[in-house]
Design a binder for this molecule. Structure first.
Ligand code: SF4
Length: 471
């Protein structure tokens, strides 16, 4: 399945990057890292990059560029020739214009007094502006607009040749959501913020060595064995000694983003021991119980809602049908339909199967509604194809707040559920009925205590807030 294209559906939330990297002797590590990036492509499609080393004079080799992994590394076999015992890889999604600046592609590589550093980051720092102002006052010159560069400057100023010592000293100064992988050409260091908003897992490579990745699907792709998820606030060092670990941020809690289960992560990934596909199917079952409806067929919006729709159909005892077909070849190409096509609801990426939906009462399952524009378009497509009724069922609660932790959610006023009751929304999106899954049922489907998850854009209970709001 083409999860990368799914992640770009207009009107959907966007993930803010995938990271990976490893340490191993006598392995084609850059080549393996490229494959791991393919597996993480759904987490970001704007740029991709790999840093590898150490080369001659302990220099770090770097290749990165704008576009998909296949565009940046068209001849992945060439990577077998990159001599390396360590790597850091990155795929990027970013906000607004920042994303189109090639300088912001990662890994970032910087020189400092002890050599070179390569940095890959997933997340968002809440105190980035304060840190940037402080560093600029001290004379720092930034090459990029990214939060990620701040870490490199802080490490460089720390004055310790031991990367893990410098990181242990400066990382507690970072506030917000992050999973970083950093190398100085001697070792690879990965760490998560103290809340564990963004995932990061450790695996063992066949033939020796270790690998870190945002999602476990990357391990499967390179035939690595999953060992465990990193704890919130934990730093893991991969080097010639193997693996060592240290808690560098005091943390009593875990707040993994619940949207990883609902939408972002790949279905074949496991997060905190829970398989994403199975969680989504369970979301669908619970949705059917919470919001039953008289209907003829159940369909899911491809690709991320298919598992939930199959769970809904199973629980409701209704046939699951493929009502919507996705064009997998549009990719990131921006083709503007004419005004008339837009008004008629023509969508280049999705089309309805007329013979399936004609005259039917359809339950359409989607994972979330953000602005509502996508739902309106999808329901128009179903009606144009002859659906008699369209009952929208959403496998998550209404999104009512923004995200401060690296997920691109529009401002609250642009969210369809902001300051509106769910009863007002069906008319706005053209649905015959609408049912959102309650937060308690989402948490039950995940199977972890609510305290171990961030549900803030649904509940308004933010584990940590930027300074302006009292952080
Ligand atoms: Fe995820 Fe929402 Fe929390 Fe952001 S606010 S980390 S999108 S659950």
């Amino acid at each position: 399945m083409d999860y990368g294209v799914a992640a770009q559906r207009p009107g959907k939330l966007r993930e803010a990057c995938g990271v990976c990297g490893g340490y191993a002797q006598d392995q084609p590590l850059a080549y393996l890292t490229c494959f791991a990036l393919y597996a993480l492509q759904h987490r970001g499609q704007e740029s991709a990059g790999i840093a590898a080393g150490p080369g001659e004079g302990r220099k770090i080799w770097l290749k990165k560029g704008m576009g998909l992994v296949s565009e940046v590394f068209p001849d992945s076999a060439d990577l077998k020739g990159v001599v390396s015992k360590l790597t850091v890889g990155h795929v990027r999604y970013s906000y607004g214009l920042e994303g189109r600046n090639p300088e912001n592609a990662q890994p970032l590589k910087l020189r400092y007094r002890y050599g070179e550093l390569a940095v890959a980051h997933n997340g968002h720092l809440l105190n980035a502006l304060e840190l940037r102002a402080e560093l600029e006052e001290q004379g720092a010159i930034f090459q990029t607009d990214t939060d990620s560069e701040l870490l490199a400057h802080l490490v460089a100023r720390q004055g310790s040749e031991q990367l893990e010592e410098a990181l242990a000293a400066v990382v507690p100064r970072l506030k917000g959501a992050f999973a970083f992988i950093v190398t100085d050409g001697r070792k690879v260091v990965g760490f998560r913020d103290g809340y564990g908003f963004r995932p990061l897992s450790l695996g063992a490579l066949q033939g020796g060595g270790y690998f870190l990745a945002s999602e476990t699907c990357a391990f499967d792709t390179i035939q690595a064995r999953f060992i465990r998820d990193l704890e919130p606030g934990e730093m893991v060092v991969l080097d010639e000694e193997g693996v060592s670990s240290k808690k560098i941020i005091a943390s009593e809690q875990s707040n993994l983003c619940i949207f990883e289960y609902i939408y972002f992560a790949r279905p074949d990934s496991n997060l905190q021991g829970k398989n994403v596909h199975l969680v989504r199917r369970e979301l669908g079952r619970r949705l059917a119980r919470e919001h039953p409806v008289e209907a003829d067929i159940v369909s899911g919006v491809p690709d991320s809602s298919i598992a939930a729709a199959s769970g809904f159909a199973e629980e409701a005892g209704l046939p699951y049908e493929m009502s919507l077909v996705k064009n997998r070849y549009i990719g990131r190409t921006f083709i503007k339909p004419t005004q008339k096509m837009r008004e008629e609801g023509v969508d280049l990426k999705l089309n309805a199967v007329q013979k399936i939906v004609e005259g039917k009462r359809v339950v359409l399952v989607d994972d979330s509604i953000v602005r509502g524009t996508t739902s309106l378009k999808l329901i128009n497509i179903m009606r144009r194809a002859g659906a008699r009724e369209v009952h929208l069922r959403i496998s998550s609660p209404p999104v009512t707040g923004s995200c401060y932790y690296g997920i691109d959610i529009p401002d609250a006023e642009d969210l369809i559920a902001y300051n509106r009751s769910p009863a007002e929304i069906p008319a706005l999106v053209g649905a015959d009925s609408l049912g959102y899954l309650s937060i308690n049922e989402v948490v039950n489907a995940v199977g972890l205590p609510k305290e171990k998850l961030c549900c803030a854009c649904f509940t308004g209970h933010y584990p940590v807030l930027p300074k302006l709001r009292g952080y």
